[in-house]
Design a protein around this ligand. Structure first.
Ligand code: GLN
Length: 287
């Protein structure tokens, strides 16, 4: 497992220390080329959300990161990272805006710049977790699919929506690794689900690397060792919803071929929503 930590500004190194302590490999994301290799999860650290937001655009990281998250990349945003992920920021423009929450920046900051508190967050652990707040936001409202993980004095300070986990506080500034463990479990669950769904697929396309960009597959390498059950496309094996029209013909054909390779997993593969298929293409390291 490999986790990318957005390292444009703020408390990224502290996240690395937490992951190191758990024996999880991580790397810093500072520019576009850093996210070209496959990885399994993303951390957006605390810092200053306006600065992180601006740098994401300046460094051309905004689109690819937003796409990854929308396509299911597990992401953990702490404090400014939470703000960067929020769909709505009171009185301000959203940044990545993938998570259905409305946040208030510096909600705690005006009264008291930083404080810490211990609470039990049952979803994460049955032991008290130290909450460290530094000019922290809170979440004012959440969408239907958002699960509130922790409230403090009536305000939501930790939440999850599918592949997105956010905290107003800074688990990486404490010695307690439970939140990072929770995030790692989110990644593992996702991975095992995909691995299960696509075990045949990933075998058949072991060296088949797809680069999906704005609706087209821009490049690929088609393995010579791929078992070819005839070179004909098999009708109906790609769900209608897949944006295949813009794929180059031979890649469509190789997808057909790969998908028709193994009857057992084929059915399961076809039951996936196309977004999930794209996730597989984007995030499962084929090796
Ligand atoms: N106040 C910062 C912001 O609005 C967040 C502070 C933090 O990440 N500790 O972006």
């Amino acid at each position: 497992m490999k986790i990318g930590i957005l390292a444009l500004q703020g408390a990224f190194i502290e996240h690395k220390h937490s992951l190191d302590a758990l024996g999880v490999e991580s790397f810093e994301i500072r520019q576009k080329k850093d996210i070209e290799k496959p990885f399994d999860g993303l951390i957006i650290p605390g810092g200053e959300s306006t600065v992180i937001g601006k740098l994401l655009h300046k460094l051309d990281l905004y689109e690819p990161i937003k796409n990854m998250i929308e396509n299911g990349m597990p992401v953990f945003g702490t404090c400014a990272g939470l703000i960067v992920l929020a769909k709505n920021i009171e009185g301000e423009q959203a940044h990545i805006g993938t998570m259905d929450i409305t946040v208030r920046r510096n909600a705690y900051g005006k009264q008291i710049d930083s404080f810490s508190e211990e609470v039990v967050i049952p979803e994460v652990s049955d032991k008290p977790f130290p909450l460290v707040f530094i000019r922290a936001p809170w979440i004012d409202c959440v969408g239907d699919n958002v699960k509130i993980l922790c409230k403090l004095n009536g305000h939501t300070v930790a939440a999850r929506e599918n592949n997105m986990l956010v905290t107003s506080f800074h688990p990486e500034l404490t010695k307690n690794l439970d939140f990072h463990k929770y995030f790692i479990n989110m990644i593992k669950q996702k991975k095992s689900r995909y691995t299960d769904h696509v075990s045949g697929f990933s075998y058949a396309v072991s060296s088949y690397i797809l680069i999906f960009s704005s609706g087209t597959i821009a490049g690929s390498h088609f393995s010579n060792s791929l078992p070819l059950p005839g070179n004909k496309p098999v009708d109906g094996y790609i769900p209608d919803k897949l944006p295949v029209l813009s794929f180059q013909h031979r890649y469509v054909r190789s997808l057909h071929t790969a998908k028709s390779y193994h009857h057992l997993w084929r059915k399961r593969f076809l039951s996936l929503h196309y977004q999930e298929v794209l996730n597989i293409l984007l995030h499962v390291p084929f090796q």
